[in-house]
Design a protein around this ligand. Structure first.
Ligand code: PGA
Length: 288
């Protein structure tokens, strides 16, 4: 990505107090491709886990976080990244899809992460789309998150319609875990995982936008040009229930990690790259 030369880092050193600026921020990090995006995001999660061995991780499903999970597994296998004290809460699960269905998010998480790391099964929570009383289940899910001390870092993908979790356009920005009706676009997008569209669930149990905003840090990922418009609307558009990812602008501690294609419609990319270089410089100097 070409940078305006006026964005070069000034040679004079900037006082350390400015480091504080980077502690409370919406950081937009643009990496070259999917692999680099995944490594960067995994590094952010691993840093959290090392500073807090019993951290509470909010996890996501979909194609986007797969590379992050592969990198975390690699770090577990080769660098002893330890999940033994880690607790996890997943964002969502399809309604009335059995947990042992190959496309359930229970199956996804087992296959792509949990079976390959040393997380304790009793520390893992995924919404139960089979619960008889969904309302009660959702209330308890919120309570469990609260009892765990809240989510330290919540991983998020973004839908083409700008959703986070399954909070489709029009979701209340204060919503909590609940049953949600999926949009036709989301059903179509998810159809690629099922044998035919008729099989794709039309409902899901999802953390609400308010639940997500309650996490201490948010880490949203996006890859590919088909996400570029949603990313632009979320980061540079108005905060709106029509693009639920836009609430990231209201949260004090957000990392958005993108590949270049997903960042391609942002109008201020050069500035984000510059800010990121400055943040890295300050962090290196401060030894954080
Ligand atoms: P994807 O889904 O990672 O499969 O693109 C993202 C989402 O819908 O949140």
């Amino acid at each position: 990505m070409e940078l305006d030369s006026s964005f070069d880092i000034p040679p004079s050193s900037i006082p350390y107090y400015r480091v504080a600026e980077f502690a409370s921020k919406l950081r937009v990090i643009i990496e070259k491709d999917y692999a680099a995006m995944s490594r960067r995001a995994a590094g952010i999660i691993a840093k959290e886990m090392k500073s807090r061995p019993n951290a509470v991780l909010g996890l996501a499903t979909g194609s986007t976080p797969l590379g992050v999970y592969q990198e975390l597994i690699r770090m577990h296998e080769t660098e002893n990244l330890d999940f033994s004290g880690i607790r996890t809460f997943n964002l969502d699960e399809y309604y009335r899809l059995r947990p042992d269905h190959p496309e359930s998010y229970h199956s996804f998480m087992s296959k792509n992460l949990f079976e390959k790391i040393n997380v304790k099964p009793e520390n893992v929570s995924i919404p139960d789309g089979m619960a008889t009383d969904i309302g009660l289940f959702c209330e308890n899910y919120e309570k469990r998150i609260k009892d765990a001390g809240g989510i330290d870092i919540q991983l998020l993908g973004i839908g083409r319609d700008g959703h986070i979790g399954f909070n489709e356009p029009g979701s209340s920005l204060g919503s909590r875990t609940r049953l949600k009706t999926l949009t036709e676009e989301t059903i179509r997008d998810n159809a690629r995982f099922f044998d035919n569209e008729g099989e794709v669930p039309h409902f899901a149990v999802t953390m609400g936008v308010g639940t997500i905003l309650g996490a201490k840090k948010l880490l949203m990922l996006a890859s590919g040009s088909n996400k570029a418009r949603a990313v632009r609307d979320a980061i540079e558009g108005p905060v709106s229930a029509q693009v639920t990812a836009s609430v990231l602008q209201l949260h004090p501690n957000v990392f958005v990690v993108l590949d270049e294609e997903a960042a391609s419609m942002l109008s201020r990319s050069a500035y984000y790259v510059y800010v990121e270089r400055m943040a890295e410089k300050f962090e290196a100097e401060a030894g954080t």
